[in-house]
Write a new protein. Sequence first.
Length: 118
Amino acid sequence: MTKSFEEFEVYKKGILLAKLIFELVNNKPFEREFGFKDQIKRAVISITNNIAEGSEYNNNKQFIKYLKIAKGSCSEVRSMLILAKELELTSPLEIEKKLLFKYRNFSKPIQFHQIFKN
């Protein structure tokens, strides 16, 4: 592989998603939800960190392994957003408009055949 992880579109989208999550959990309803905030922040950070770490091995097999971990972290973030909506920590409209709708298919590109196309 010759591409740097910063060049992957999925990495860039992961950074934007992390920013949105950090903004979301800074809202008042999350104020006392320390464990929830910590977990969703760690999960969203894990997405881009695994893409970055895997790409540095310069080995497709290793990279695929880390992409799978990143994809799992995407699912964890989605699950926690659904839980936040159900627990009424945020409005369903905010979750749907800002995050779930925009990033529902975010994890689909985190597959080796999509990454290695370019």
